[in-house]
Design a protein around this ligand. Structure first.
Ligand code: GLV
Ligand code: MN
Ligand code: MN
Length: 399
């Protein structure tokens, strides 16, 4: 059996970010494409048949493609400057789990597929879980085609360059029908499993979450000649809006809200910006309260912008309601991993998008510090290697 650590070691040089640290592997970049090729080679070496569906999802089949198959998978794209495990751990564990199942001589009652979903992080085109959203019809294909990255490239053009036909993206009934059950293994992204706790946990639910873009419009001007009292500076408004986001979320129990990305236009040291764009990530278990929180933030932003002589608009870019994993699948996970606690997570996953359409579940692997979306994300070697056994235990019970 190939160890998970050995598989991860093989891709440890791919997509390293010399500026941010960690890994930057945007969907369809050279790094992500190289990882897809690595995955394909590893799957083929195991005798799995690999195909790419019309939404750019890779499927590696142990057995013939069929309806109602058992499917496991994750993603290979990353956030900017992300860790080594968010996504790749689930893919490496899936490949190694197939080895374990073969070594155990497990007789399959159905086919097993490993899937690699594109743009799970939404770090290139702004919409998280874009591949699974397209597959399930959770995003309009026209909207997806017209999403743009920071360089102005549309998703349609990037998909075409990656060998897909963007006219054919969208809900795929045949591909969906092939997922009888879906299990995603993922690095834990919080402190839920603790340092000394068990190595793995089952997932119960994913916190509802969404992304909104706030655009603050002001008057671009000269930094040296414009008197302080004459300014309509959107950066000054944006700074206060960020503080308001933090205060609004802190006032609502259970809420999380973040501005992790901001862009001043045109962005010169001696230029008062004409426009500032900032992106809000807001999450709460109760979807109505997330909506209420965003409305509160919008109201505060309007007042702040007006006070600074600016205006502000807010546009929703994506939303995923709180997702609960399939109770039957949760029970199967508990039978296979009796020591594993059951955790809810605040992080989004393709399993959450799929959960609305097919039985889906998750397995989390201990991350001692809980840090994720950072180069400091960490999994002990022994836990990474054990994750293949744990996933194999779950899959064996479902095959
Ligand atoms: C993805 O990891 C997310 O939670 O945004
Ligand atoms: Mn992930
Ligand atoms: Mn992530």
């Amino acid at each position: 059996m190939a160890a998970v650590t050995t598989l991860l070691e093989a891709i440890s040089g791919t997509g390293r970010d010399p500026v941010r640290g960690g890994y930057t592997r945007p969907v369809f970049s050279t790094a992500e494409t190289d990882l897809r090729s690595w995955f394909t080679a590893e799957a083929v070496a195991r005798g799995l048949g690999v195909e790419t569906d019309r939404n750019g999802i890779l499927w590696a089949w142990w057995g013939e493609p069929q309806k109602g198959a058992l499917v496991t998978g994750s993603h290979l794209d990353s956030v900017p400057g992300g860790g080594a495990f968010d996504g790749p751990l689930g893919i490496a564990a899936a490949l190694a789990a197939v080895d374990v199942l073969k070594e155990r001589g497990v007789q399959r009652n159905r086919s097993l597929a490993i899937t690699v979903f594109p743009e799970e992080e939404g770090s290139r085109f702004g919409v998280a879980c874009l591949g699974s959203r397209l597959l399930t019809g959770a995003i309009d294909p026209d909207r997806a085609r017209n999403l743009r990255d920071d360089g102005g490239t549309t998703f349609a053009d990037a998909a075409r360059a990656a060998g897909l036909d963007p006219e054919h993206i969208g809900r795929d009934e045949d591909a969906l029908a092939r997922i009888g059950d879906f299990v995603e293994l993922h690095v834990a992204q919080g402190r839920g499993l603790g340092e000394d706790g068990p190595a793995v946990a089952g997932g119960s639910s994913i916190l509802g979450h969404g992304r909104w873009k706030l655009t603050v419009q002001g008057q671009g001007n000269h930094a040296g000649t414009t008197l302080m009292e004459d300014r309509e500076d959107p950066m000054v408004a944006a700074a206060q809006i960020i503080t308001a986001v933090q205060q609004a979320a802190a006032a609502l129990p259970g809420a999380r809200a973040t501005v992790g990305r901001i862009q001043a236009v045109p962005g010169g040291t001696n230029v008062i910006a004409s426009r500032v764009e900032l992106w809000l990530d807001a999450r709460h278990e109760e979807d109505a309260l997330t909506a209420q929180l965003v409305e509160t933030i919008h109201g505060k932003a309007q007042k702040i912008a007006a006070f600074e002589g600016c205006s502000v608009t807010l546009a929703q870019e994506s939303f995923s309601p709180t997702a609960t994993f399939d109770p039957g699948l949760q029970r199967q996970l508990q039978l296979a991993l009796p020591q594993a606690p059951v955790l809810a997570t605040g992080a989004g996953h393709d399993a959450g998008i799929l959960a609305g359409q097919v039985p889906a579940g998750m397995v989390f692997v201990r991350n001692p510090s809980g840090i994720s979306h950072s180069p400091q994300e960490y999994v002990e070697d022994a836990d990474a290697d054990y994750s293949a056994q744990a996933l194999a235990d779950v899959l064996e019970g479902l095959l």
